[in-house]
Design a binder for this molecule. Structure first.
Ligand SMILES: NC(=O)c1ccc[n+]([C@@H]2O[C@H](COP(=O)([O-])OP(=O)(O)OC[C@H]3O[C@@H](n4cnc5c(N)ncnc54)[C@H](O)[C@@H]3O)[C@@H](O)[C@H]2O)c1
Length: 380
């Protein structure tokens, strides 16, 4: 019999829905020592919070996150609010002895992230950051292939994350979803929002990043702020491209923009090794493209692996349907909840912890510093 794990979730937007879905599904597909109980959702608008609670099955609502943290019946606090609130809530939750699950990016910058790491480590509370792409089976499979040495020495890492939703000059900054355009709420633009995902995956797959050289641009300089109704300067980066050197000697390019007309969420990465290459595309997320140089010459080609097999062949897939039937984006969150709970049972923290995610923060800071100065910057 699994034991209850009482969840208090803060924020009920995009990620609030993705996580709630994960909590609700996880025990249907995974045998785990705990089952999440949706105890409370917290949001400032009580009527909307109640509507959300009814839809997703939360037992109660709170309108002040501090009240949620005071509750004795909450074991784990899930932070699904804009980036500028991550630090304050995480530190307070750790002090209250709660487990802390925080959305990415961990923090607005490295200094904040370091404080957050110290708080959860001092309190000794389980903690995790939702870099969910690690748990798309094809991405997890890429990690396995690299660990098995199939690529050999890595020469190149190439990642892009392209969107096109902020091209209109009429789009305001601030408010639901649009907080991403407001530097005070987001910290940075595509660097912390989209490249943070690319960087987390890259460090996980290919190791530490040593140095970066970046450029950023803000194409639309002023936008009306939802809170004031006035035109205000846009201080986020709309686009960012950077070069990087990994500690293992490989070279990398990273690019992200919200101005790539025609692209809604194109996250791709490609890794070229001495023996083999792999590439992955979020739009075809259940496939891993693989090229193996040791294949017989006349048959040598890119193969497209449908990562849906059972029998332990493909990560996570034993838990789902039958071989050949694919799963989607939302399942990466189910897997992350499953790994977190599995770790709780075994007394180990599921990665990325706050401390692991801090490394991505360091790279983001170095990227923004390099873009401002025009110089190469050591990640440190
Ligand atoms: N892992 C991923 O792939 C992924 C995807 C999207 C967003 N995110 C991250 O998730 C976080 C939330 O993003 P989102 O897309 O869900 O945003 P969203 O705008 O859809 O939702 C944000 C929620 O926070 C609530 N909120 C704001 N201030 C609050 C306060 N003081 N108290 C309580 N609630 C408050 C809003 O009402 C809203 O419900 C961000 O840190 C973002 O970077 C991660």
């Amino acid at each position: 019999m699994s034991k209850p794990l009482n969840i208090g979730m803060i924020g009920y937007g995009f990620m609030g829905r993705a996580h709630s879905n994960g909590y609700r599904k996880v025990n249907n597909f995974f045998d785990l020592p705990y089952h999440p109980v949706l105890k409370a959702v917290c949001a400032r608008d009580e009527a909307k919070a109640k509507e959300f609670a009814n839809r997703w099955g939360y037992e109660s609502v709170e309108t002040d996150w501090r009240k949620l943290l005071e509750r004795k019946d909450i074991d784990a606090v899930d932070i699904c609010v804009p980036n500028n609130l991550h630090k304050e809530i995480s530190i307070a939750a750790a002090k209250a002895g709660k487990m802390v699950l925080c959305e990415k990016p961990l923090s607005m910058d490295t200094a904040e992230g370091e404080e957050m790491c110290q708080a959860v480590e001092k309190a000794g509370v389980p903690n995790m950051v939702w870099y969910n792409y690690r748990r798309v089976p094809a991405v997890t499979m890429a990690k396995k292939l690299i660990e098995e040495g199939r690529l050999g020495r890595i020469f190149h890492y190439r990642a892009v994350f392209l969107q096109d939703w902020t091209i209109s000059t009429d789009l305001p900054q601030g408010g639901t979803a649009l907080w991403r355009l407001d530097a005070a709420a987001a910290g940075s633009g595509v660097t912390g929002d989209l490249l943070a995902h690319c960087i987390d995956t890259a460090i996980w797959l290919n190791g530490k990043i040593d140095t970066v050289s970046a450029m950023t641009e803000t194409f639309i300089k002023e936008r009306t702020h939802t809170a004031t109704g006035k035109k205000e300067q846009v201080k986020i980066d709309d686009a960012c491209a950077f070069l990087a050197r990994f500690q293992n000697g490989s070279l990398a390019t990273f690019e992200s923009t919200r101005y790539a007309r025609g692209h809604k969420a194109l996250y791709t990465f490609e890794i070229n090794g001495e023996k083999a290459s792999i590439k992955w595309d979020l739009h075809d997320l259940h496939r891993l493209e693989y090229f193996d140089h040791k294949d017989e010459g006349k048959l040598r080609a890119w193969r497209s692996i449908h990562v849906t097999d059972a029998g332990g062949e493909h990560p996570y897939m034993d838990h789902w349907w039958v071989p050949g039937l694919q799963i989607g984006y939302e399942h990466s969150f189910v897997h992350q909840v499953a790994d977190f709970i599995d770790g709780l049972g075994k007394g180990v923290l599921a990665d990325p912890t706050f401390r692991t995610a801090l490394e991505t923060q360091r790279v983001c800071d170095a990227v923004l510093k390099s873009a401002a100065s025009g110089a190469w910057v050591n990640v440190g």
